[in-house]
Design a protein around this ligand. Structure first.
Ligand code: PGA
Length: 259
């Protein structure tokens, strides 16, 4: 993918107060105007309406960090795709390793979230990745392939239900490869590792012959110093950025590299 088409997705996680968030959103939006990449921001739920006001007429997409599959109901603590759409969200992240590891979300639940979200017209960034132990046991390909295939199998079977499947909003099905051991640790996978796992994921995707592309992002300690060399890799379609995305200096420097 050409550098100009890369996706820079910011995962703000459980951070920032309203004023900080609106200031950062305004800053990112101004940078994004001069930037060739596509910029996405996922703030926490309470920040979303405030960030939405700043970003509604900007080039920046905003979305949530998780989503339920149903429109409403007795699901304490959850948020529905239609609630997110009502405030202008265009996507949701699902299956982040913090959801899988800390909150015990199973692969089945994550797939339900991803499909429900797509069904209701929200794009999805599905996160996959191996733990440190799996990495050390050389199980990366096995683990990541399982996570990707189990989702794509269900997606292929569910395609009849996805009424607006050819709609551009539904087309944005994105996979983010995030080695769990590289998230928030400062440890980054080598470019060789990243390229190899991304190539595997792309070759799995190709087998499904979907009538749309599925970009593959890299995430895990992406910062202002390593972003460019990771994103220069042909098989890397973008980055999912955590820590560096809530630091205006760092995210500013990353965005500047795409202007
Ligand atoms: P990090 O987080 O950039 O802070 O490692 C990435 C992520 O969790 O998506």
């Amino acid at each position: 993918m050409a550098l100009s088409n890369k996706i820079l997705a910011c995962n703000w996680k459980m951070n920032l107060k309203i004023q900080e968030a609106t200031e950062l959103a305004r800053f990112v939006s101004q940078k994004a105007d001069k930037c060739n990449a596509s910029v996405w921001i996922a703030p926490s739920f309470t920040l979303l309406p405030h960030v939405a006001k700043i970003l509604e007429n900007s080039r920046v997409n905003y979305g949530a960090q998780n989503v339920h599959w149903d429109t409403c109901g007795a699901y304490t603590g959850e948020i529905s795709p239609s609630m997110l759409k009502e405030i202008g969200c265009s996507f949701s992240i699902v299956g982040h390793s913090e959801r899988r590891q800390i909150f015990g979300e199973s692969n089945d639940i994550i797939i339900k979230r991803a499909l429900g979200s797509l069904k209701h017209g929200l794009s999805v960034i599905l996160c996959v990745g191996e733990t440190l132990q799996e990495f050390e046991n050389n199980e990366t390909v096995k683990v990541v392939s399982f996570q990707v295939k189990s989702f794509l199998n269900e997606l292929a079977n569910a395609s009849i239900e996805l009424e607006s499947f050819s709609d551009s909003k539904v087309k944005s099905i994105i996979i983010a490869y995030e080695p769990v051991w590289a998230i928030g640790t400062g440890k980054v996978a080598t470019n060789e590792n990243i390229a190899s796992v991304h190539t595997t994921i792309h070759s799995i995707i190709q087998k499904y012959s979907f009538p749309f592309t599925v970009p593959v992002l890299y995430g895990g300690s992406v910062n202002e110093n390593n972003a460019r060399s990771i994103l220069d890799l042909e098989v890397v379609d973008g980055a999912l950025i955590g820590g560096a995305s809530i630091d205006s200096r760092k995210i500013g420097m990353i965005l500047d590299q795409f202007s």
